[in-house]
Design a protein around this ligand. Sequence first.
Ligand SMILES: Nc1ncnc2c1ncn2[C@@H]1O[C@H](COP(=O)(O)OP(=O)(O)O)[C@@H](O)[C@H]1O
Ligand SMILES: [Mg+2]
Length: 287
Amino acid sequence: MNEFQQIPGISLSYKGKVRDIYETKNQKYLLIFTTDRISAFDFVFDDTILGRGVLLNKLSLFWFNMTKDIVKNHIVDIKELKINELGQESRDRCMLVKKTKVVPIEAIVRGYLAGSAWEFYKKTKMIDNKKSNILFKQFEKFKEPIFTPSTKAQKGSKDKNISFDEMKNLIGDQLSETIKDISIKLYNFAHTFAIKKGIIIADTKFEFGIDEDGNIILIDELFTPDCSRFWLYDNKTNTIDYNSFDKQFLRNYLIDIKWKNNQIKFPQEIKKELMNRYNLAYDLLTH
Ligand SMILES: Nc1ncnc2c1ncn2[C@@H]1O[C@H](COP(=O)(O)OP(=O)(O)O)[C@@H](O)[C@H]1O
Ligand SMILES: [Mg+2]
């Protein structure tokens, strides 16, 4: 039981991997409550990390505000809901948003060759679904960021990488072009901003929705260490520390222990290290 169940006119509508989504009676708004749950490789653990939800929520709010001139986003401020009467802890975890029809695509933008794109390149020598004539090294920066969409899988199944043409087949040419265009703009903006603060956003994922007037709206979370790959960048020496400051840290731990898709308790020092990294990224970006 949390405080939201006590707000009149709101009911729990959906439990995501990390977020609990409440809906207003008129079905116009959602109250997104970011829990301390941990998910990795699309698996949700029973174990939680204290303070994770607040950090993710605050960082998303920061970025939604920073990027509001590039694209409309889902954040709303409705006084009637009396969110301000909630305790500080709940308020810091929640955002009130416009409910949209979710576009079933994960809009992924990559500025550098890392993660699953690097694994794929090693096997196929393909970048962005095309055979590449140029040889790439791991972590190499692309001349221009690339757009590598995936499907947004239903609960329990895994997202699947798709080509831009497949994306067009799924959601239409015009919407695909617009989403790609906005995604690249958002990435370029945030990359330029973050690098000055000592963070490289190597890649990231956006979600979009369509509102009742047919507008494209940026939804979900934004440039958090859960949906992006962060590296530390030293402006003075122009060097990058490729040690992950994002969820890759947790994935690496699971790979190290040869995790078998089962519920586990994370060691205290792993939780602490993850939060130290997330907090450092937050502090660098927002100060
Ligand atoms: N403005 C919005 N309108 C409709 N759905 C949204 C909006 N913002 C986020 N969502 C959805 O809410 C869910 C957020 O919870 P999360 O735990 O991140 O879920 P998931 O397991 O799908 O990643 C996602 O499924 C996301 O698509
Ligand atoms: Mg999510």
